[in-house]
Design a protein around this ligand. Structure first.
Ligand SMILES: Nc1ncnc2c1ncn2[C@@H]1O[C@H](COP(=O)(O)OP(=O)(O)O)[C@@H](O)[C@H]1O
Ligand SMILES: [Mg+2]
Length: 358
């Protein structure tokens, strides 16, 4: 397999994470492209209480997507749009309210108990590096714990712990350290090591680098890229930070109020965003290029208020913030349309027979 040369390390600037240069193209023929996981029309609702009434909150609504083996699927969207709920549904921490899920070509229960092998093959890394680790356990103990639970022998556990600590770029001596003795970036490396120790095929990273300083973020992202290659891992990488998602993802799903509004190869999404919400998100990223003043300003504060997931707008959920909204948008939810190879958009501007498409 080709080594990624040193000089593909991403540069960091004080302004933020610089996204160039992109990772070296891997020869795609050597990488399997079949989906490792598929979601079909998956929804998750919560029952919440408000003023003595029980209300239904639609956190994830009718999500269908594919995660290709050995690749990274990025998931972006503003806070509250359902990213963490979707991550938990994917890894089985939440059971879905409805829908179907396929892992490694076999149907897995979308709600209810999953087979043990499936649970072990999907691991999750969360945002907050400190709360995920037991403050009273050493790094080595934290990584070893899930392996012991699996019944692995002491000798094998020790060997595995030593290997993953080294694989995440920490000195072997850190095995005896406690979480409070480590920096945020080091603690997140420990969390990654703990996930890797179980030898998963898929890792769901929910805002895994969001709490870290930009320069540390870049190091952890490079580590993740190296581990993906060495372990042939499939990633679902969730972040509200589009720069980070663009850097690490092969494909990106844009979520708005629990629904997929756009799904495209990462480069294509950035060069040719189609959904008005994706355009809004991209126009709100601070540009890394000081000469680039061409980006639009985000919508003003009032019109950018996100509606509640308890009572989402009819038809297209984005219509209340959409500068392009038409009558049909309030009446019908737009179906996903494939506008080019692998580029899906759910917007009436692109549905056949719409004024705009015409
Ligand atoms: N356990 C829960 N109970 C009730 N509502 C929840 C729960 N978890 C998330 N939600 C709601 O679901 C919606 C999506 O939340 P979340 O998945 O955390 O979004 P994100 O990760 O994109 O910020 C929000 O409206 C949130 O308030
Ligand atoms: Mg979240």
């Amino acid at each position: 397999m080709t080594e990624i040369p040193e000089n593909t390390m991403i540069n960091t600037t004080e302004a933020g994470l610089a996204v160039a240069p992109p990772p070296v193209e891997q020869p795609s023929a050597t990488l399997p492209e079949r989906p490792l996981m598929e979601l079909l029309n998956v929804s998750k609702t919560f029952t919440v209480r408000s003023g003595g009434k029980r209300l239904t909150l639609s956190a994830v609504d009718g999500v269908s997507l594919r995660v290709r083996e050995g690749k990274t699927l990025g998931i972006v969207g503003e806070s509250g749009c359902g990213k963490s709920t979707l991550a938990r549904v994917i890894t089985g921490l939440h059971s879905a309210t409805s829908g179907e899920m396929i892992f490694d070509r076999a149907q897995i229960p979308a709600s209810g108990k999953r087979p043990k092998e499936v649970i072990q093959q999907m691991q999750m890394v969360f945002q907050d590096p400190s709360s995920a680790l037991n403050p009273r356990a050493t790094v080595g103990e934290s990584i070893a714990f899930p392996l012991r639970v699996q019944g692995m022998s002491r000798k094998d556990v020790d060997a595995r712990v030593t290997k993953v600590i080294s694989d995440v770029g920490l000195p072997a001596s850190y095995s005896g350290s406690y979480p409070h003795q480590l920096s945020g970036g080091q603690r997140q490396r420990v969390n990654i090591a703990r996930a890797l120790a179980l030898q998963p095929r898929m890792v769901v990273l929910d805002e895994a680098v969001s709490a870290l300083d930009k320069s540390i973020q870049a190091q952890v992202l490079n580590l993740l890229t190296d581990l993906q290659r060495d372990y042939n891992l499939t990633y679902v990488f969730i972040s509200h930070d589009l720069n980070v998602v663009e850097y690490i993802s092969d494909e990106v799903v844009v979520l708005y109020l629990g629904q997929v509004v756009e799904h495209a190869p990462a480069k294509e999404l950035w060069e040719n965003p189609q959904h008005p919400y994706t355009k809004l998100l991209l126009s709100s990223i601070p540009s890394m290029d000081p000469d680039d003043s061409t980006r639009d300003q985000p919508l003003d504060k009032d019109s950018s208020e996100i509606p509640s997931a308890i009572n989402p707008p009819s038809g297209c959920r984005f219509r209340t913030r959409c500068p392009m909204a038409m009558d049909i948008c309030a009446q019908q939810a737009p179906p996903p349309i494939e506008t080019s190879d692998g580029h899906l958009v759910a917007c009436h501007l692109y549905t056949e027979g719409s004024q705009a498409a015409a």
